[in-house]
Design a protein around this ligand. Structure first.
Ligand SMILES: [Mg+2]
Length: 317
């Protein structure tokens, strides 16, 4: 079992406080930060989901605390479908030992039966089809370009870390196509997974932007994010990615990145979750503000940390 230093300090007997706990590898630290960052960004953004930037300014000023509320009337620190679907996927990967479409579909179906606080329309529709047909891959659809597969893709990035890109992209599609069988969604998922893996490997943000975001825009110019500020991003994965990439590459720390993206409003829980995942992988655990860690649902935080450790297989050298 892996714990953060902070949790050990709180729970370990006093005499152990002076004993150094096993060092986390830099990769594991960033993997845990990515997972907890996803949850923090989800909880932060959910408060202002569906508000415009002007409405946020009028009602809150600058939104920068995990206060709960919002249209879902959440408790402070409570997460939504972005985090809980990722956790459902992660559990299915750990249980199956690999990214498996049927295992993922069954895990999402069980998640939907448990009446989650929030569920996207495309997710619901295609999971109902899965129940009827037993076919875990949804039919390809140009309409299914929502951000629902991208928001939950982190467990695949961790499980496939160190594997060839081709293998990774097969795994990405296995989970994504359960609900979103769409080329724009696939491209966003590929980019996010490869970016997370780049940061786990310690790559520099300028290089990552050029290689990954640059390649996304070169192949699919609709994703261009250097033209106009993307405020009020919808659930369309292109708008989600534009807002996230603008905030992520224009800031130089975890907190500023998340505050920038969620104050754009719109689908703020999902932009917050995706930005939090990337920022966690880039900046590491110590960069996550302590006030956010303290307010985040602690059971969720622990599950994110444990899954990160279980999913991040040791890379053979
Ligand atoms: Mg959500």
């Amino acid at each position: 079992m892996f714990w953060t230093g902070e949790l050990i300090a709180k729970t370990a007997p006093v005499r152990r406080r002076t004993v150094a706990f096993p060092e986390r590898s830099p990769q594991l630290d960033r993997a845990m930060a990515a997972y907890v960052g996803l949850a923090v960004g989800d909880a932060l953004g959910a408060t202002v989901e569906f508000l415009t930037p002007n409405e946020i300014r009028q009602q809150i000023g600058v939104h920068g605390n995990l206060t709960g509320g919002g249209w879902l009337r959440l408790k402070a620190g409570q997460v939504t479908d972005d985090t809980t679907m990722a956790l459902a996927l992660g559990e299915s990967i750990i249980a199956a030992g690999s990214v498996d479409a049927r295992a993922a579909a069954e895990a999402f179906d069980a998640w939907m039966r448990a009446k989650p606080v929030d569920i996207g329309n495309t997710v619901r529709r295609n999971l109902i089809t899965f129940r009827q047909t037993g076919q875990p891959e949804a039919a390809a659809s140009e309409h299914d370009a929502g951000n629902g597969a991208a928001m939950r893709v982190l467990p695949v990035a961790l499980k496939c870390y160190g594997q060839p890109e081709k293998t990774t992209k097969i795994a990405i599609r296995a989970q994504a196509h359960v609900t979103h069988h769409n080329a724009l969604s696939d491209a966003a998922c590929d980019t996010l997974v490869l970016m997370v893996q780049d940061f786990l490997a310690g790559r520099d943000a300028i290089e990552v932007e050029r290689q990954r975001a640059g390649q996304l825009v070169a192949e699919l110019p609709v994703f261009a994010y250097d033209k106009k500020r993307r405020d009020n991003p919808s659930g369309f994965v292109v708008e989600t990615m534009q807002a996230v990439l603008q905030s992520f590459f224009a800031t130089d720390n975890f907190e500023d990145c998340l505050i920038d993206v969620v104050n754009r409003g719109g689908d703020a829980d999902t932009t917050g979750a995706i930005a939090g995942m990337l920022a966690g992988a880039r900046y590491g655990y110590q960069a996550i503000p302590r006030r956010w860690l303290a307010t985040l649902d602690q059971a969720i935080r622990l599950r994110c940390e444990q899954q990160a450790a279980a999913l991040l297989a040791p890379v053979e050298t």
